[in-house]
Design a protein. Structure first.
Length: 311
């Protein structure tokens, strides 16, 4: 993954994602859940510029509030750079300048996109020559969504979400994202899911240990049929997310009244993803949500995964 001529700065870009389908298995003895998800990378990107330094440091720009994002060794991008240094024996550091456009703690994998772009940028900057498979292996060490941020497109994720297999998708899907002015904790949403299932144990079927993606979702993606996908979209984390943040229901109702084919909470929330029938419908939906005071972003999917950018 290297360029022929070393540079003083390397620039990589990685996309955010939505889960067009997310089934969560029963909680296991270790407290984790297996999932079955259909990822789609969408056209909102994180840009990472890496330059040489004696230490590891990160800074942020862009329209997203990053006041709660750590800049110490716990930051996922810093961890990605340190992982490459550990595995390759590189003794220097790196300065990471990240332009954030994906919401923080928004259920769209923004931190994972930062990590994926960092892996590419740092490998290129340091000329460490890691293969694509080696980078994907490092990505899996960093988190379940990081390998998908590297590969992009449309994929099925199983296990913790990091066991990926490509999914055929034709055409382009039009999405409008309603961005919240708050974040949500993924572990908290999963805990609420377990509590929700316990509260309603008599009313709902027990969760399976190893869930699967609905065949109707795969067929809709293969056909590039937005109406078919709208009828099969599902997210097991939506009910707990709405229980934690009931105000999201109002946003969802407004979007559906404004022409969305369907909508759902993205990942663990709070971003709400609305699927539109076509470009004109997406533009009208974006205008209606914006007029209500909601920050609305129109994106398309699928798009490619992390790539180096020539400035």
């Amino acid at each position: 993954m290297t360029r022929e001529t070393p540079s003083n700065t390397s620039h990589a870009r990685a996309p955010g994602k939505i889960n067009v389908f997310l089934a969560v298995g029963a909680v296991m003895d270790d407290g984790y859940h297996e999932v079955a998800t259909a990822y789609q990378a969408v056209s909102v990107y994180e840009d990472v510029r890496a330059s040489h330094s004696d230490t590891f440091e990160v800074s942020f720009t862009g329209p997203i509030d990053t006041s709660d994002v750590p800049t110490d060794a716990s930051n996922l991008a810093i961890r990605a750079a340190q992982l490459i240094a550990r595995d390759t024996g590189y003794r220097g550091g790196v300065r990471l300048a990240i332009e954030k456009n994906v919401p923080v703690a928004g259920g769209m994998g923004g931190g994972s996109a930062d990590a994926a772009a960092t892996l590419l940028a740092v490998d290129d900057l340091w000329q460490t020559g890691l293969t694509r498979d080696q980078l994907i292996g490092l990505a899996a060490e960093l988190g379940a969504d990081v390998p998908f941020a590297l590969t992009g497109g449309t994929a099925i994720g199983t296990g913790r979400g990091d066991e990926l297999s490509p999914a055929l998708a034709t055409g382009q899907f039009q999405w409008v994202l309603a961005l919240a002015d708050f974040g949500m904790s993924t572990p908290a949403t999963y805990r609420e899911l377990d509590a929700h299932r316990a509260r309603h144990a008599l009313d709902i079927s027990p969760a399976v240990t190893q869930p699967v993606v609905d065949a109707d979702v795969l067929q809709a993606l293969r056909a590039g049929d937005a109406h078919m996908l709208a009828a099969s979209m599902h997210n097991d984390l939506q009910a707990p997310a709405l229980h934690l943040r009931p105000e999201l229901s109002d946003v969802m109702e407004l979007g559906e009244q404004s022409g969305a084919l369907s909508c759902m909470v993205s990942g663990s929330g709070p971003t709400v993803a609305f699927l539109a029938a076509d470009l004109d419908s997406a533009l009208e939906l974006q205008i209606a949500l914006s007029a209500s005071g909601t920050t609305a972003l129109r994106v398309t999917g699928p798009v490619h995964g992390a790539r180096l950018v020539n400035d």
